[in-house]
Design a protein around this ligand. Structure first.
Ligand code: SAM
Length: 275
C-alpha cells in the first residue's frame, strides 16, 4: 500500500488544475480519516488507510467536481459541515462575516442575555452553526426557501430552529423579533462573473439575483417588522453594490449607521447596519 508521502508527490507531479496542494492534502486526510492536517503530516510516511476511496475521489475531482462535494463535507470556522449539490459550499469570506458578528455580539451582549439571531438564506447552516457554537445563550433561527438545503442544514446544526420560506417571511409569520440578522443571499446579477466550476456545480438558486440587490431590498423593506429597537444586520455583498445599497438604506431604514468592510482580497464584501 502506498504511503501518504508517495501519493502526495505522485499527484503533485501531475500538475492537474483541479488538484492544487490544498486539495491533495484534503483528499489524503479524508482517506485516512484524519480530522486535521497535523495528523496527516505526522503520519506522512504511513500507508494510506483507504487507497480505493482516495483514488475514486481523485477521479471525481479530476472531472471538475468541487472536492467538497466529492468528500461530502467542508470546514467552516473549524466546524465540519456536510454539503451536497443542494447547498453552496461555505466560503472563507463568509467566515470573516461571521467572526465580525460574533465579536460584535460578545461586546454588546452579556453572558445570560439571550440574543435572538437569524441566519437568513442559511443553505448548509454553516453561519447558524458557528454562531450557536460561540454564543451558547443565543436563540438562533435559520431560514431558506429550499427544502433540500434545509435537509442538509438539519445535519449541521443543533439547537437552531430551521424555517422554510422566503427570506424573512417565516420570521414575520412566527412574530419573532431579532437582535441580530445575518444574511449571505444570492447576489450575482452577471452570470459571466461566476467561475466556470462554480456555475456548473453549485446551485444557481444560491448564486443568482436580478437585480443583484433584490434580496437586500426585500429585507430592508421588512426590517421594522422583524428587528428589535436596537439591532445589528450583517450582510455579505458584491463589490459593486455600495451605491445602490446606500440608496436602499436611505429609502427604507431610519436612524441607522452603516459600515462597508473589505474582505481579505481587498474587495468590498460586507455591510453592517447598526441601530
Ligand atoms: C449564497 S447562499 C448562502 C448559503 C450559506 N448561508 C452560506 O453563506 O454559505 C444563498 C442561499 O439562499 C437561499 N435562497 C435563495 N432564494 C431565497 C429566498 N427567496 N428566500 C430564502 N432563501 C433563499 C438558497 O437556497 C441558498 O441556500
Amino acid at each position: 500500500m502506498p504511503t501518504n508521502r508517495e501519493l502526495y508527490f505522485l499527484l503533485k507531479k501531475e500538475n492537474n488544475k483541479y488538484l492544487p496542494r490544498s486539495v491533495i492534502v484534503s483528499l489524503l486526510m479524508d482517506a485516512s480519516d484524519f480530522s486535521d492536517s497535523m495528523n496527516l503530516y505526522s503520519n506522512f510516511d504511513r500507508e494510506v488507510k483507504d487507497v480505493e476511496r482516495f483514488y475514486n475521489n481523485v477521479a471525481d475531482v479530476k472531472k471538475g467536481i468541487p472536492y467538497q462535494y466529492v468528500l461530502g463535507y467542508s470546514y467552516f470556522l473549524g466546524h465540519k459541515i456536510n454539503v451536497n449539490k443542494e447547498v453552496l459550499i461555505p466560503r472563507q469570506e463568509t467566515e470573516n462575516l461571521v467572526v465580525d458578528v460574533i465579536v460584535f455580539m460578545k461586546k454588546y451582549f452579556k453572558e445570560g442575555d439571550k440574543p435572538v439571531v437569524a441566519d437568513i438564506c442559511t443553505g448548509s447552516g454553516a453561519i447558524a452553526r458557528a454562531i450557536k457554537e460561540e454564543i451558547k445563550d443565543a436563540i438562533v433561527y435559520a431560514t431558506d426557501i429550499s427544502i433540500d438545503a434545509l435537509e442538509v442544514a438539519k445535519t449541521n446544526v443543533k439547537d437552531v430552529t430551521l424555517l422554510e420560506g422566503n427570506l424573512v417571511d417565516p420570521i414575520i409569520d412566527k412574530g419573532i423579533k431579532l437582535d441580530v440578522l445575518v444574511c449571505n443571499p444570492p447576489y450575482i446579477e452577471d452570470e459571466t462573473r461566476i467561475d466556470e466550476q462554480v456555475y456548473k456545480y453549485e446551485p444557481h438558486l444560491a448564486l443568482l439575483a436580478k437585480p443583484g440587490t433584490k434580496y437586500y431590498e426585500e429585507i430592508f423593506k421588512k426590517a421594522n417588522k422583524i428587528m428589535n429597537e436596537h439591532y445589528l444586520m450583517a450582510f455579505e455583498i458584491e463589490d459593486n453594490m455600495e451605491k445602490p445599497l446606500i440608496n436602499l438604506m436611505n429609502k427604507y431604514l431610519d436612524g441607522c449607521t452603516y459600515r462597508f468592510h473589505k474582505d481579505i482580497y481587498n474587495k468590498l464584501r460586507f455591510l453592517y447596519i447598526i441601530k
